[in-house]
Design a protein around this ligand. Sequence first.
Ligand code: CTP
Length: 472
Amino acid sequence: MPTYATALQHPIFNTLSQAAANLGLESYVIGGFVRDYILKRGEAKDIDIVAVGSGIALAKEVSRLLPGNPKVSVFKNYGTAMLRAAGMELEFVGARKESYQQDSRNPAVEDGSLEDDQNRRDFTINALALSLNKDDFGKLLDPFNGITDLEQRVIRTPLDPSITFSDDPLRMLRAIRFATQLNFNIAPEALQAITNKANRIEIISEERIVDEIHKILMAPTPSKGFALLHKTGLLPYIFPELVALQGIDEKEGQRHKDNFWHTLEVVDNIAKTTDNLWLRWAALLHDIGKAPTKKFDKKVGWTFHGHEFVGSKMVYKLFKRLKMPLNDKMKFVQKMVLMSSRPIVLASDVTDSAVRRLIFDAGDHVEDLMTLCEADITTKNPKKFKKYHNNFQRVREKIVEVEERDHVRNFQPPVSGEEIMQTFNLKPSKEIGMIKDAIKEAILEGEIPNEYQAAKEYMLKKGAELNLTPVD
Ligand code: CTP
């Protein structure tokens, strides 16, 4: 077996080695750190250490040897411990033999050897271990040919995949997530096992599922993951709304596009232009309102009227179902879905007033909205592709121009309600709202500039129309 002592140059590994020697334990670095080192994925900040013996005792000994004795967090139920040192998070676990009970996440755990522990890990590429023992420091222990799988870019389970996935059904999603992040293939027998066991994902908490979906969305080509979720039959358990978008209907010779595969193209497009997770979510969900709004109209063909509004309502339900926080991020996704067709309508006729309204409604998210709309261009006709992009480029330029001149982003009324009340000696009443709205409309329509003096004159004019007289 080759040695990878170069992976363990950081002084923390000497401390780990010394601590294990003090306790007379064998210990190993295992999992993601080793995998990512060999793949040259950059310095990992999470290090998993397995001790043949007590992981908790090892963590405490490591802390004792480190300057400042960092706090050890102990998770007794799991027999694990964690401490932070040198900007890294060290996770300690005792080597285990374990098998999970059906319908439960609680494993029956027994102490085991390193090989037992490697056996119960999810994938061969995550079961690679490097020795921290003094006599063979840096030696690679790879009983399942994880190195070959790394070279051949394969996700394979150490045991029969049906056992590995039954032990923890989240691993089905992890397989797809790693395949997407690393651009690997899933071994055929593992893919088959996922397909057979897809329904087992139901025992997994929404939070763990969403963590994996975030990682798939943040991968360079997220469609790979969603296509695998679709192929294995996991998708209906997580995103029935996306499944409903799949398929092409034909009536009277008219067909609409397959909105599922279109959506995946949009997600891949946006992944090239933004690392904003929530904008990527918006791309994933931008068309979900199309399934419930789909209609066939004899005159115009297939329509999806109001799908943006319906879709934005569905975003809320979807976030709630997946136990995602119903916070500003969700509101942002809703807003993107709601507004997702606005720039398209505008592109053919870029008037100042339409652009002002777009900026007014989208606020600080107007650039994100443009990014989403550009990603939405999936036509395979090169002429149309160029034309649509040029149109959006014009909209972007117009946004900058209108912004510089009119400052309607985060619009603040130039004349306050207070001033309207004082001018006409009014008590709080609907007239104040009417005048304020009229001023806002006049600014957005370009009838008056977004300035105090012009707005004040307009207020007096509107007041007169409502038979209000200014007091001196
Ligand atoms: N592991 C496992 N089954 C799981 C989760 C984790 O067998 N359901 C094992 C794997 O050996 C994995 C290690 O625990 O390498 C650490 O898990 P985690 O930190 O979740 O993953 P990493 O492999 O470190 O990768 P990433 O940081 O990208 O999640």
